[in-house]
Every structure is written in C-alpha cells, then in structure tokens.
Unconditional design. Sequence first.
Length: 181
Amino acid sequence: MNTHALAAVAATSSTIARPLAVLAGRAGGAPLTYVSLAYVEQRIDLYLRFGEPTRIIRLDRWRRVAVFPPGAMFCRIRWHANDYGTIRWQLMVMQACTPLDAAQRIPGVLPGARLVLHAEGEPAVRAVLAQIDAIEALGIAAVDVSPAYWRTLGNRLAARLPLPEYTAERHAAWLAWKALP
C-alpha cells in the first residue's frame, strides 16, 4: 500500500487522522502498522495491554502512536465514559500485516491489522483480561501466544461457552509448529 492510500485511509480514521497521515507519508514504503493510543482522565483510555512496539511517538499530552513491525501481535483496550459512567469497553487482539496480507480496517489502526480476537462489553473484556493474566502467570508472554488460541477464545466468547485455558503444553506445540520449515 503506497503512502497516498495510507493518507486516504487516515483521512477517514477517527481520533488522530491527520498526525497518522503525516507519519504514514514519512514511512518510505516500510510496512509498519500505526496504532493510536489516547488518555483523557475520566473520559477515554486507549492503551496497549500487551505488545512490543518498535517505537512510541508522542503527539501531544493526550495522544500517542505505537509503531509495530509486520507480524507483531498486540492487544489494544478501549474504554470510554461520560458523566454517568462507562459507556464502552472493547478489547482487540491484532496482528500487524505486511502489504500482501489481508487486513481489516480498524479505527485508529493504519493501514489495518488482522483481527484475531474482539471482545465488547465489560464482562467479556474482564474474562479475556483474566485469561491474559493466567497466561502471564505461566511465564508465557502474551505476544507469543498462538493466534489460533486467540481466535478460539473469541469464538467461545461469542458462543457464550466456557473459555479454554492456554497451557504450557499447548504453547510448546505452537512453538514446535512455528519452528517447522
């Protein structure tokens, strides 16, 4: 995707469309994924639960952009409130794509990403956060977890079925499969 297409996508994006378009123009054709993050006390909190960005660009006091290389896994949580309390909880586990991959358009993520898990609403988000905490308690970094597990977790959430555990054995099987030529 060229810089003109990135700029067009950025123009329709939400919170930080103009700064992201400028960053995309500077990318020089590098297949990077730009993820918007923001924090306004008692109103909005867009943050990374896990993920290892190559850099974070501070746009102003409230907004930042995390930059991810192709193939990187990350989780962004979105929380919104108004004068009466929380109005939105959202958790997305995504994988940054290369220009040849099929990517979904996600507001605040340029040029897009592969969405592997989407949880909407406080109970669903809290259930996924509990699973992430359990995975990290095993000594496994959440970015290294199998994308198939995240998809399964999302499908189980949608079907309101019990959520599967991520075990050390499942992780070892994933790492063995990744090591195959």
